[in-house]
Design a protein around this ligand. Structure first.
Ligand code: IVH
Length: 675
């Protein structure tokens, strides 16, 4: 094969696998196979720089830094949208459309999530991405081509036959919530500036003069319209545009839908709102568009807003309020977390009066002081956060927040190890009641020993009255002690003893999780159990062996080693086993614990008991791969209420579908009970 033919082949292969990975979320080859292809391309291009093309995947990696961004004029203005917040305003909008069109014919409406990111216009010539620009003032924006090239889900080259010779595709670049959280957790650990919200994160990443910095940011894009196109293709509806964009390899939101009437739209609005926390990205509402492009044309625009579309806004996920006080909470591992007490404020659909401040580095970075006006964010299933202080509204002499020298619960010294940003109470479980209580709550929790009827309040009482200090003490409780507790009758006492007894028959993954090793969650506990098969092997494992376990990195490995190096912990394990805590030995066959090995699962619609992230982590721990789109290679789809196109596709391909209850049953059979 000639050199140019091999280069073409490599580029085509890489484009193909890139699309499978970034757009379809359904890779066909492993990362290392992909790297091998990429390395070959890089080395051939290195040896023959004259053969490098602008659409080569190698050009994603990030070119030379720029001095500034060139301004580009949009051939057709990028419009903004009228907003509404009630269904009656939506009805008014539709009536206005009808009266302008002068008839009562039904109007098909498309609904799509209104992504809270950065609007971008991509120009393709002969299928090659030649320009990417921000919206700017709508007339002209900034040329951010070099940065947009680094985003894996943006096609550099389109390969379908019928692509318009020139066209502009528009959409929203955003940072997925999980990536945003990961980025910020890392920033907090390293004491560097965290991102305020995913939208600022995306905007800031796109405005880097050095594309290599953008390449490191986890960005992706949903395409939602065609700015203009040349050539013979004349789409008739917005839905047809989305369908083509998807076919050509753009990432198109799978949650778009077309409705004949407002009832359908209303249902969509409430179903999407119910799923807002599970979407994995920030939305601020729904965009409703007249589906027919001819009708769009007839309706036209008023100044910079189209008459044919409207944004229905959901409650904001950010709001300002006042910081009343900062309290320090002591967790299971002694971590002392500053918690903000706020003047109650309605945000993200609920009233929030507490927000986490994470740690003292975060307090210092925000420079938050008592009485400050702060911006609170509540999005996804994460706890409310303070993202910003409105400094202009600070009162003179506002008091700084100081870390206490001593634990507010046990009085032991508070220490910070090395350069860790977390401060900890040095009392340990033996001296610190807060750590004891939290450790016991964890031990009894659903994913750990799952002791039914042993709620937080009851546990706190048992600890405060000195009946229980360690997990093994729970199994020494007797009826007499229990019925002496306030509000505890004979029947509930007996029930609790039965539940305690029942919880002794557990599983190895649950037991490992229940121990409460720092940063060992249920998915990691499952990986450890699958790897070691019995507790003795885990106890004896060294750092090197631990690091070979799936999702165990050096830090988690170190936490495990130091946990089992403590005599007190070994004694606790001994006492628990003496009390009768036991599990079935695992078969020496690892597949017993990874029954879904080699399977690809897809989650869609709303999950009510599990968050999407947790469901994913649990499936992964059982060996499955969780993909974002349904294909003929999908083994199983889990569909909740509101499932749309993925469910339809699964049904048309004959892929088995189960509901959340089915998933919970399956997890239950594996010893993972959720409710
Ligand atoms: S359509 C004239 N569709 O919302 C049509 N916009 O306020 C305008 N946006 O700047 C664009 N998701 O950044 C459209 N599915 C979606 C959208 C969307 C987010 C943003 C876009 C635009 C702003 C308009």
């Amino acid at each position: 094969m000639s050199l140019t033919a091999r280069l073409d082949e490599l580029r085509a292969l890489i484009h193909y696998h890139n699309h499978r990975y970034h757009v379809l979320d359904d890779p066909e080859i492993t990362d290392s196979e992909y790297d091998t292809l990429f390395d070959e391309l890089l080395s051939l291009e290195d040896a023959h720089p004259e053969l490098v093309t602008i659409d080569s995947p190698s050009q994603r990696v990030g070119g030379a830094p720029l001095d500034g961004f060139r301004s580009v004029h949009h051939e057709r203005p990028m419009l903004s949208l009228d907003k509404c917040t009630t269904v009656s305003e939506l009805q008014d909008w539709l009536s206005r459309c009808r009266s302008r069109l002068g008839n009562d014919a039904p109007i098909d409406l498309t609904c799509e999530p209104k992504i809270d990111g950065v609007a971008v216009a991509l120009v393709y010539e002969k299928g090659v991405l030649v320009q990417a620009a921000t919206r700017g003032d709508g007339q002209s924006g900034e040329d951010i081509t070099a940065n947009v090239r680094t985003i894996g889900s943006v096609p550099l080259k389109l390969t379908a036959d019928e692509i318009p010779p020139r066209m502009e595709v528009r959409g929203e670049i955003y940072m997925p919530l999980a990536e945003f959280e990961r980025f910020n957790e890392k920033a907090r650990r390293e004491g560097v500036k965290a991102l305020i919200n995913p939208r600022n994160g995306a905007a800031g990443s796109l405005r880097q003069l050095d594309p290599k910095l953008t390449a490191d940011r986890p960005l992706t894009m949903f395409c939602y319209s065609l700015g203009w196109s040349e050539g013979s293709w004349q789409p008739e509806t917005h839905g047809e545009v989305l369908f083509r964009l998807d076919e050509w390899g753009f990432r198109v939101n799978p949650d778009s839908a077309v409705f004949r009437d407002l009832d359908g739209v209303e249902r969509y609005l409430s179903e999407l709102l119910a799923r807002r926390e599970d979407l994995g990205y920030d939305i601020d509402g729904v965009v409703i568009k007249v589906d027919s492009l001819a009708l769009q044309e007839t309706l036209g625009n008023v100044t910079r807003k189209p008459r044919w579309a409207i944004a229905y806004k959901y409650p904001a996920e950010e709001a300002t309020t006042r910081l009343l006080e900062v309290e320090f909470q002591v967790g299971r591992t002694g971590a002392v977390t500053p918690v903000a007490r706020l003047e109650p404020v309605f945000v993200g659909g609920v009233t929030v009066s507490n927000a986490t401040l994470h740690n003292m580095d975060e307090v210092a970075r925000l420079d938050v002081r008592l009485g400050d006006t702060v911006m609170v964010r509540r999005a996804g299933d994460v706890i409310p956060q303070i993202v910003k202080v409105v400094k202009s509204r600070r009162k003179k002499g506002a008091e700084k927040v100081a870390l206490p020298d001593n634990c507010p619960v046990c009085g032991s010294e508070i220490v910070r190890e090395g350069d860790e940003s977390v401060a900890r109470c040095s009392g340990g479980v033996m001296r610190c009641e807060a750590q004891r209580k939290e450790g016991l709550k964890h031990f009894a929790s659903r994913l750990a020993l799952d002791i039914e009827g042993l709620g937080d309040k009851l546990l706190e009482q048992l600890v405060e009255m000195g009946h229980v200090a360690t997990p093994a003490d729970l199994f020494r409780l007797d009826l007499e002690t229990l019925i002496a507790l306030p509000r505890m009758g004979k029947k509930s006492g007996e029930n609790l003893l039965v539940a305690l007894d029942k919880s002794k028959r557990t599983t190895l993954p649950r037991f490992i999780y229940a121990l409460g090793v720092r940063e060992v969650g249920e998915a990691t506990a499952m990986s450890l159990a699958t790897h070691f098969l019995d507790l003795e092997a885990l106890l004896n494992a060294d750092q090197t062996e631990l690091e070979t376990v799936e999702d165990v990195g050096p830090i988690v490995a170190r936490n495990i080693v130091s946990f089992f190096a403590e005599q007190g912990h070994l004694e606790m394990i001994e006492q628990l086993r003496d009390a009768g805590v036991a599990w079935q030995p695992l078969e020496k066959e690892k597949s017993a614990l990874a029954p879904l090995q080699g399977q690809t699962w897809v989650l869609t619609g709303t999950l009510e008991q599990l968050t999407r992230d947790r469901a994913k982590a649990l499936l992964v721990s059982l060996g499955a791969k969780v993909a974002g789109s349904v294909s003929s290679r999908t083994d199983q789809v889990v569909a909740g209420p509101g499932a749309g196109s993925k469910l339809a596709k699964a049904e048309s391909l004959g892929v088995p579908v189960m509901d959340e209850a089915g998933l919970l049953d399956l997890l239950g059979e594996r010893g993972i009970a959720i409710d």
